[in-house]
Design a protein. Structure first.
Length: 396
């Protein structure tokens, strides 16, 4: 069996899956449920200096947004789950009780706006037994940090505590690459890329924001691609590990983060929507992927895809393929003809009665093969592509 162990910010973890700071880690009982499901560490729900988010969550404060825009189905968890309702002393007590109850690392998560609070909160959670401290900025709160401010907070906290200090970056930065390098230079022991995005949904009937009436966080499977892009770019330049978070719904998503260069991942949305069993399922699926691909350990897969990224000048612009339609499988639905902007699909007359075919105007973009509901279209090497029956690009 593959060895799933990783080292993250000096912490030895049994696998690369952590429970992210959210409602699923707000109490000792919930943290224990996450541990029982197999996670390697828990990030405790955030402690804010701002007292307003401590007042509690509005009701309702979670909304599953899903639907279809043209051919694309999509979904998101839109939520306004606030910070821990505890004050700093109560939060430190929670950390202590979690350490006594759990056998896995407990990572505190603090969000402050003044130097005094950064120092006091960091020392409190360290004294309570936290194995590490995540320094973060809420993505949709009153206090929105820039990368420079987060680097300053990391440097301040790092100078006051002896436990590892981890920076959790907001995704909505002008330059995540520059921010990551600056935060490493400030002394961070690891980076989390990234916090949830801030967004807004509007009810077009009431003409007002949905749910509680303000901005909210949103995440889901769609959000992984932004994170992979920046992790793949920045990890080759860093000496410290990166933890990916956002969009993880299966073991292959963990694999994508590792291939991009991440050491581990955090997740919460999957567990919120599926239950704590999602943690165990995802860990198992990742292990199965490791075994199938022949990776003895996580390090053997880390960064492989990032190392294969091409620079903009190295991407080949040469057309090598054209589409070809399987005449026996084609149902004459006409979708390929509608989506082709190049005029590369010959539309028969009457269009609903005969098989469609591809002509020499096809650019080989691949879209028709992606959207064909009958899976009747494949991309064929130009060297073997020939017109069929004088009409072009059919496969029989």
């Amino acid at each position: 069996m593959p060895d799933l162990r990783v080292t993250y910010a000096g912490l030895n973890l049994k696998n690369p899956v952590l429970a992210a700071a959210a409602g699923v880690t707000a109490t000792v009982d919930r943290m224990r449920r996450a541990e029982d499901a197999g996670v390697a560490a828990v990030c405790v729900k955030s402690l804010f200096e701002n007292p307003i988010p401590r007042r509690g969550d509005p009701s309702p404060h979670m909304r599953v947004i899903s639907g279809r825009r043209g051919p694309l189905a999509w979904g998101a968890l839109y939520s306004y789950e606030q910070a821990s309702h505890l004050d700093e002393e109560q939060y430190a007590d929670l950390i202590g009780r979690a350490k006594a109850a759990l056998s896995i690392p407990v990572i505190a998560n603090i969000d402050c706006s003044t130097p005094e609070a950064w120092g006091r909160y960091a020392r409190l959670v360290e004294q309570a037994g936290a194995d590490a401290i995540e320094v973060k900025s809420c993505p949709h709160g009153e206090h929105l940090m820039s990368g420079d401010e987060l680097a300053s907070a990391v440097a301040l906290v790092k100078g006051l505590v002896s436990v590892p200090v981890i920076a959790k970056l907001p995704g909505q930065l002008t330059s995540p690459y520059r921010a990551a390098l600056d935060i490493e230079a400030a002394g961070a022991d690891a980076l989390v890329m990234f916090n949830r995005f801030s967004g807004l949904d509007i009810d077009v009937e009431t003409e007002a924001p949905v749910m509680h009436g303000g901005f909210a966080g949103h995440g889901g499977p769609w959000s992984i691609y932004y994170r992979l892009r920046w992790i793949a770019q920045v990890t080759p330049e860093l000496r410290i590990p990166v933890c990916g978070t956002g969009g993880v719904g299966c073991g292959e998503d963990v694999a994508k983060y590792v291939l991009a260069g991440a050491t581990c991942v955090q997740l919460a949305t999957a567990a919120i929507l599926e239950g704590y069993g999602a943690f165990g399922r995802i860990i198992r699926e990742f292990g199965e992927w490791m075994e199938r691909k022949g990776h003895a350990n996580v390090a053997s897969a880390r960064g492989l895809a990032a190392g294969r990224l091409l620079a903009i000048g190295d991407v080949s612009r040469r057309q090598t393929v054209r589409a070809a339609i399987d005449a026996d499988a084609c149902t004459a639905c006409g979708l390929c003809g509608r989506v082709c902007i190049y005029g590369g699909v010959d539309v028969p007359e009457p269009p609903e009665k005969e098989t469609y075919s591809v002509n020499e105007l096809c650019h080989g973009c691949g879209l028709c093969a992606e959207v064909c509901p009958a899976r009747a279209i494949a991309l064929t090497e130009l060297s073997t592509w020939t017109p069929a029956g004088g009409r072009g690009g059919q496969r029989r």
